[in-house]
Design a protein around this ligand. Structure first.
Ligand code: FAD
Length: 304
């Protein structure tokens, strides 16, 4: 047994021979608590999360993922899946366990003729849209550019074109997934249908997705976006107006209503810094039309 230590203490004791064999089987890299890359590799979006995995496997392909799943199982290591590392609860990392880090599996391949995109799990919203927009279409993704595709899609995937095209899981045609027995499987409406049903909302509980196939939709060519915030005491009026406007608005218009304390940070308006506010962010994709005037006037403080 070899102890893998960190300045704060021993993180894990793992068998040296097992580790050597594991390392030899991999195309990717093992990162230990005493490796130079460890601090960066264990960081997640939520800076309050501070956990120390025994080993981080920076995988390079589905075979590395399968091997990591079996290594974790054989060594009784708790397993975490890290794609965009954006989950609020920090579930991409695990204390004393094994992390499958997919960040280097990050290609996006667009098939313009079939109107689909093949997306690897190390990608974020901004990576996928950058590639699909070379051809014009888009697929429903998270609304923030840095959100990871896997976690957001497998949790549903709430994005900017959802009123017309639905959630991320509605655009999902198939996945390749390594299941807990270490097998690589396809799941789609025609293969392993029950597994396909389960992952569309079931998060990382059924395996590690190594490839997503998404349907693409035409958008634009004009994409408008606007953020409007009102003082919190106008909330009742804002919510009622919002309800009325959206009840017969075009499906190309999507809104997200927000309420909360406004930080004094861009792109929030200085006038509202430190106050409570209610507001809406509104993107719209269309060929010609403009935003309904009721959403763009009346005591608004536009932020974008
Ligand atoms: C600022 C902010 C904005 C957000 N905006 C949106 C939004 O607009 N729309 C939206 O839908 N969500 C949004 N979210 C929530 C987001 O969907 C989740 O945080 C999501 O988990 C992030 O995905 P990730 O790949 O970065 O996850 P990670 O943090 O890498 O992983 C989180 C979990 O997802 C699962 N998972 C990750 N990768 C895989 C994989 N390859 N195979 C199987 N399971 C996997 C695992 O259970 C893992 O523990 C937002 C979150 C934040 C913090």
């Amino acid at each position: 047994m070899t102890a893998h230590t960190h300045p704060l203490g021993v993180v894990a004791q793992l068998d040296e021979n097992d580790l050597r064999e594991f390392d030899e089987d991999l195309r990717g890299d093992l990162i230990f608590p005493d490796s130079e890359e460890y601090e960066d590799a264990r960081n997640v979006w939520n800076g309050l999360i501070n956990e120390y995995p025994a080993v981080i496997v920076r995988v390079n392909g589905a075979s590395d993922v399968a091997r990591s799943v079996t290594f974790a199982r054989d060594n009784n290591l708790e397993l975490a899946i890290r794609s965009g590392a954006h989950h609020q609860a920090g579930s991409a990392i695990v204390e004393g366990g094994l992390v499958i880090d997919l960040e280097e599996m990050n290609t996006v391949r667009v098939d313009a003729e079939k109107q689909v995109a093949h997306v690897q799990p190390g990608t974020r919203t901004e990576d996928v849209l950058a590639e699909t927009q070379q051809y014009g279409p888009a697929t429903p993704t998270g609304s923030a550019g840095e959100v990871g595709i896997p976690g957001s899609t497998l949790g549903g995937g709430i994005g900017w074109i959802r009123r017309k095209h639905g959630l991320g899981i509605d655009a999902l045609r198939s996945v390749e997934i390594v299941t807990p027995d270490g097998e690589l499987r396809e799941a789609s409406p025609d293969h392993n249908e029950d597994l396909f049903w389960a992952i569309r909302g079931g998060g990382g509980n059924f395996g590690v997705v190594t490839n997503f196939e998404f349907e693409l939709y035409e958008v634009g060519p004009i994409v408008q976006a606007l953020g409007i915030f009102y003082p919190y005491d106008a909330a009742e009026d804002v919510l009622e107006t919002h309800r009325q406007v959206m009840s017969d608005a075009s499906e190309e218009l999507t809104t997200i209503l927000l309420s909360g304390h406004i930080p004094g940070l861009p792109p929030m308006p200085d006038e509202l810094a430190g106050t409570d506010a209610v507001g809406s962010t509104i993107p719209r994709t269309s060929s010609t039309a403009t935003l309904p005037s009721v959403l763009t006037t009346r005591n608004t403080v536009p932020i974008a």
